[in-house]
Design a protein around this ligand. Sequence first.
Ligand code: ANZ
Ligand code: ZN
Length: 823
Amino acid sequence: PQKYDFSTVEKRWQDQWEASQTYRVVEDRNKPKYYVLEMFPYPSGRIHMGHVRNYTIGDVVARYKRLMGFNVLHPMGWDAFGLPAENAAQKHGTHPAKWTYENIAYMKSQLKKLGFSYDWQREFATCDADYYRWEQKLFLQMYQRGLVYRKITTVNWCETCQTVLANEQVIEGACWRCDSFVQPRNMNGWFFKITAYAEELLADVEKLSGWPEKVVTMQHNWIGKSTGLLCSFPVESLDEEVAIFTTRPDTIFGVTFMSIAPEHPLVEKLLAGNEREEALRAFISSVMEEKKRRPIGSETEKNGMFTGHYCRNPFSGQLVPIYLANFVLMEYGTGAVMAVPAHDQRDFEFARKFSLPIVPVVVPAGTILDPERMEEAASGPGILVNSGRFSGMDSMAAQQAIIDHARQQGFGQAHTAYRLRDWGISRQRYWGAPIPMIHCSNCGVVPVPEDQLPIRLPDGADTAADECSPLSRRPDFFKASCPTCGGAAERETDTMDTFVESSWYFARFACPDNDTAILDERTQTWLPVDQYIGGVEHAILHLLYSRFFTKVLRDLGYLHIDEPFTNLLTQGMVIKDGSKMSKSKGNVVDPDQLINQYGADTVRLFSLFAAPPERDLEWNAQGVEGASRFLNRVYRTVVAFVEQRENPAYLATDAADIDRELQRKNHQTIKKVRFDMENNFHFNTAISAVMELFNALSAATDETRSDRPSSTCVEEVIRTMLVLLYPMVPHFCSEMWRIAGFHQTIEEQSWPTFDEAAAREDQLTIVVQVNGKVRSRLQVDADIDDESLRQQALEDMNVRRFLTDTPIKKVIVVKKKLVNIVV
Ligand code: ANZ
Ligand code: ZN
């Protein structure tokens, strides 16, 4: 048996696992629980290498934790609603459901071939009515709580395709399909009031200590809390006010103009009868046009236009001109900014461009700011000047004093602003969960009674999103009777954003078979997820929405936790020839073909060995070959051991020394692998450690050696190696365990523990010379590094006598042997 026959072996173990339901899990009071979850896939058709990597990492964690004695929940399902199904359906003349379920079946067979240890009994697809009916119920409960509302919003509209586009379908302002410019269009839509949880979502960021710091920062910034002053500036000549939000009330005496967003509701009033109306309108459309093309968050050349109107600073009484400005966002604060060019950089650039005055009002103690000479805004703290009764105050203290004054005078108050917006969940699409609402001409909007759930999608393949939602062209779907008055009414024809399904699926995995409730008491056993694993592209929205849903479900009495994911691992991309594997780049490696050629274990081993999980993994064919060769070498070693273990030559050897050496390596490896598993799952170095142990074993058992280790010792090393490698290459290790005739299955073993004493290296004697003459001997740990050895030699009393005050020229360290000091 020279070559390991992976295809027969892998199939046999997969069948065996399935037949004996090895990975099925139920609650167990006698064991600590561990819930490991990988972000579930969209059933796009085939597994790609990114999936392989993601799910292999998760599988290693699951298998490792089982051997560590945990009762492990490791489920898998399908994030199955979404646009690609509709597109594919149109293109191939099939139905989204058919396309989706066929893809699921195929991808599931691929996951099985990779040997992932899922509890398949818990599998579900989010497009199953058995799943989305609970989402609809949740929607209704949120509606009752005031967490769902409807309002007019602006959506992306493609005139050419006559369709509404999701933000992700707008590429640099253009439709992803026909490339024509997208226009804003006002439509009614449903919203989740995530802002009601803004404060808690922000405060609980503190609890995310098991998340990568950069992801925590992204959560923090996305919520974007600012505190400051909300203040009204009366508009001269109109009976109106402009409200502003500022985080720097201390600079309010330095306001020299007002900037407002072109979409600001006041703009129409400012334009009425305005002699500049035409120019202003042209400016507004050019800004709106530019805004759409510009990628979100990118910088733009500051631009603006004077409206001809003025407003009055309620603090100083001064009149300041009102400008339209392209950098003021309507979606933030009040859509208007009191401009303080001396202290705000954007205002500074704007003022220079339009020759507006710059008036410093906060100066560092003992200095003066000359506006003529300033090259940029002075944004730091200082002492207030030219600020009326507040002059002389420290700027920090002045902030509160100015807020207090505004409140007493009745033109302002303290205010907290969030960047976070409510979550618009309406999609004018077919392939999504129907929103369970009814529109009645008598009663208005009426929720569907719970006992009528689920509201199922109608069959039939008419899914094109023309003009309006596909469901609004389906009388068989939308015709309904009003639950309140019984009259003829119409169903809501929008479906929910697919991010809704992925915001609570992790909880449903605890009790997927419950057909009478959204969730049940089993969530108390399993949640929170101990380890969540997925791509960093979900670092903001998916995680934020899941955190939001967790809090909502808690407040509805379904969950007992505040945060869903205790630890988060964001794995890197799989790249080839320096860029992410993608169809468009033509650098895709197909997992199916690899599995056929090398077997699942080799593919798993390579994907774990080539990089630590959080880094990008560079694809390399030699790496796969290497992984395959390694497994074959281990295979031959195990076979040789089985053949020779009864060989008297083995048993007769006086093996004390070589045994001890191997045992030490064995314990060092257990220690190292344990460390790597517990510290961010650094599988690559863990595998290297096992490879080193294997090399030590091979060297020790080399047939040309006279002193070979005892067979008990060899057996111990083989057992260790197999258990340590088992989470990574489970079929292989299960098979080797069987071939070696070891007791039980490998799954029934516990993770090996190490013995500190056995792992410790022996002491060494190091000779210390001064100018080539032996002056001392040191007893040191064998694993001492050069620098510590050098230090110890220089500090040694016997050596120092010979150093006196002559300067040291050089210190030569010869590893594990001697130190020579040249003076
Ligand atoms: C005057 C001022 C003076 C400001 C100064 C800053 C520095 P954050 O920290 O992001 O909350 N601002 C307010 N609403 C805005 C909007 N809709 N679009 C663009 N900018 C807006 O920023 C708050 C600051 O951003 C506010 O404080 C306001 O400028 C500006 F020396 O007011 B400040
Ligand atoms: Zn009615």
